[in-house]
Design a protein around this ligand. Sequence first.
Ligand SMILES: [Zn+2]
Length: 436
Amino acid sequence: MALVKEKKQEKDSEKLTEKKSDKPVAKLAVQGEEKVRAELAKGSKVSIISLVDAMIESAFKSRASDIHMDPEESRVRVRFRIDGVMHETYELPKGIQSEISTRIKVLSGLRTDEHQAAQDGRFRISIKGDGGAFVDIRVSIVPTYYGENVVMRLLAEQAGVFNLEGLGFVGKDLEKVKRAVTKPYGMILATGPTGSGKTTTLYTILKILNTPEVSIVTVEDPVEYAISGIDQIQVNPRTNLTFAKGLRAILRQDPNIIMVGEIRDEETAGIAVNAALTGHLLLSTLHTNDAPTAFPRLIDMKVEPFLIASTVNVVIGQRLVRRICLHCKVEKQPSEGELKSLSEILPPEALKGKMVFYVGKGCKACDESGYLGRVGIHEVMEVEDEIRDGIMHRANADEIRTIAVKNGMTTMIQDGFSKVLEGLTTVEEILRVIHE
Ligand SMILES: [Zn+2]
């Protein structure tokens, strides 16, 4: 059901994108388009197998993270999510809709005679030729009024390329994360909505921690990247292996470092805090909008404030924004609209003096979108005495934030704005993710 919720958020963010962006997101020249079009041109002689393969290959080559197939009254709309933004890519005839979903069900080992229930599965395909790779694909099929809605998430084997600097951690934030990583026990929490890159941040930290001297175990839903040297357990509702049950099992093996994919219920929260209290370094994510909200959220999950105060080392809040394409980047003057929007979210002193912004004009390398790749914007909150005091007194998120800022925390918006001034991203992007 999580995917259904995710889908709704996507719809919302999409609306925002359309409103905020002056470039239309609807049309985009995707890679590998010829093959798909050639197959569709065969009309009634279309090979469903080749068509599905061609669409997946096209998505992979366009760097898409998801393929959405939405059935409508008279067609099936196919959209790719690239750098976090949805793009309309193909339109399939209504007549082949059920054959397409049957093919995807066969690939992912799902029941082809089931049309009324939601099903989840996965499969792996190899993309041949230049830039070929194995791609794991997670599939979610949900029945809708016009037929089955299919979402495929492409999980490429790319965990190896990340480091903290590459994710966009800079200056004090980078130091704070590095400091938290050297502590032998306690909690490191990453927060943000779905698709904010928090799991990637934790994987990157795990890679730093992954040395032969320590044992690391994770319980995840799903296991997104395989890391050698780490025992990774997949949550499985069918066998009743939940985060909480997985975590209990892990603790019996007494590893040094544990990663729990997400803390979303009281039971998991309780076990996680206890693990951190008894000498383990525990990494996890919380689905909150920002770092300070992590504490009230844990209290909502019935964790005692003094336990939170004595276990949490650091909370990272984050979002992902698109990077300006380096191949077509040009300077631009801030528009009045941008300055007005910025004045609503930044202190006046941040907007003094002459500023230069940047923008991607659009080129072949970025498929005319002006963006290529993504970078994180962060706020890193270290739990020091004053914050600890606030937690003990059940301070709300705003109060915690005020203390953190007074003691030098850079907020996510400030970090984003400094990345605008550095020419890494645009004001448009910052506003898009902040308002999501
Ligand atoms: Zn470009």
